[in-house]
Design a protein around this ligand. Structure first.
Ligand code: AQP
Length: 328
């Protein structure tokens, strides 16, 4: 029996090259080795207000992006989170297992609630319990995510362990898969921040659907530093970041990348990187356009049916263990 992976992305804003390099690229690489579940987590998206029409559209657009990235629906299960109501049902149970204090300590909650002040939904606080449900329903072995989700994986493990202790062995304890390179792609405009969909400064992110002209402008404007040589060096995050994107898209080794830019200036790095990104995204964007609506609907329906059959079994065990029985 193959081991299982689960992962997902939110249909909020536009996916950027950080989402691709930190998550989707690894999903594609792992899908042959693992039984894979890739979810469009639209219920996570509504932890902050979304325009209904836009959310509906972005949900389908994100499914197209999964497929264009190389997720193969013949071997992987691709579905929308709200189509499998067991995610919400288990989230309620885990809300009752989680402690308010541990949820309040989550960095993502602290960061996002600081920006929103009074206007913070209870959903944002319990975001990690919904994420834990996503993962635990499938008895997931491995969760490929970017570095920003590491803490949410840890709380998932804690909740599963606590439930198992209190109600008997039920959940598999999942491991995070965080790639050593690309798990935290930084903003091109501010190397102190990660590249982010919700960043108001659009120059910080290369979106997967940006056109060639915009990509070139954004990379040309990217912040650098006062040094001159082009080497991987974590103490020079801006250059390190540009080189990392270049390395991951070309598949070259770190030594090959450094040799390629030996004796060259930042201008060369930027123009070669821009060309690399444009050449990578051109066929990707073509594939996005070619995905047929009817075909997509079928893939998501089949995916939801498969996911539901597994999720239902896990939830049944959870209810039995807890003594939750109804009249039907
Ligand atoms: N900058 C990043 N570098 C590497 N990986 C990243 N991920 C996000 N940002 C980076 C990974 O992408 C996957 C899907 O992310 P998500 O849709 O759950 O959104 P997020 O983690 O909340 O990050 P975003 O894209 O920046 O969105 P906002 O701005 O809305 O918070 C995850 O595996 C994530 O780790």
């Amino acid at each position: 029996m193959k081991k299982r992976i689960f992962s997902g992305a939110q249909p909020t804003g536009n996916l950027h090259i950080g989402n691709y390099l930190g998550a989707l690229k690894n999903w594609v690489a792992l899908q042959n080795e693992y039984e894979s579940f890739f979810c469009i987590v639209n219920l996570h998206a509504v932890t902050v207000a979304q325009e209904p029409k836009v959310l509906r559209q972005k949900t389908l657009d994100l499914a197209r992006i999964y497929l264009a990235s190389g997720i193969d629906p013949q071997i992987s299960t691709v579905y929308v989170q709200s189509d499998v109501s067991e995610h919400s049902e288990l989230a309620w149970i885990l809300n009752c297992v989680a402690r308010i204090g541990e949820l309040e300590r989550m960095t993502q909650f602290k960061d996002k609630s600081r920006v929103r002040g009074e206007n913070v939904s209870a959903g944002l606080l319990v975001y990690p319990t919904l994420m834990a449900s996503d993962i635990l329903l499938y008895k997931t072995d491995l969760v490929p995510v970017g570095h920003d989700q590491k803490q949410h994986l840890e709380i998932t493990r804690d909740l599963a362990t606590r439930f198992n202790r209190d109600y008997g062995e039920t959940f598999k304890i999942p491991d995070a898969f965080i790639s050593p390179t690309g798990a935290k792609i930084l903003s091109l405009a501010d190397a102190a921040k990660k590249m982010s969909k919700s960043d108001e400064n659009l120059n910080g992110s290369i979106f997967l659907l940006d056109d060639a002209d915009i990509i070139q402008k954004k990379i040309k404007r990217a912040v650098t530093d006062s040094g001159t040589n082009i080497k991987f060096d974590e103490s020079r995050p801006a250059i390190n970041n540009l080189l990392t994107i270049y390395q991951l898209l070309t598949g070259k080794t770190a030594e090959e990348c450094e040799a390629n830019f030996a004796g060259k200036g930042y201008g060369n790095l930027k123009s070669e990187l821009a060309e690399t990104v444009v050449e990578f995204l051109r066929p990707f964007q073509e594939r996005v356009k070619q995905i047929d609506d009817g075909e997509l609907e079928k893939i998501l329906k089949t995916g939801a049916e498969k996911a539901r059959s597994i999720a239902r079994e896990t939830l049944k065990t959870v209810y039995e263990r807890m003594g939750i029985v109804g009249a039907r």
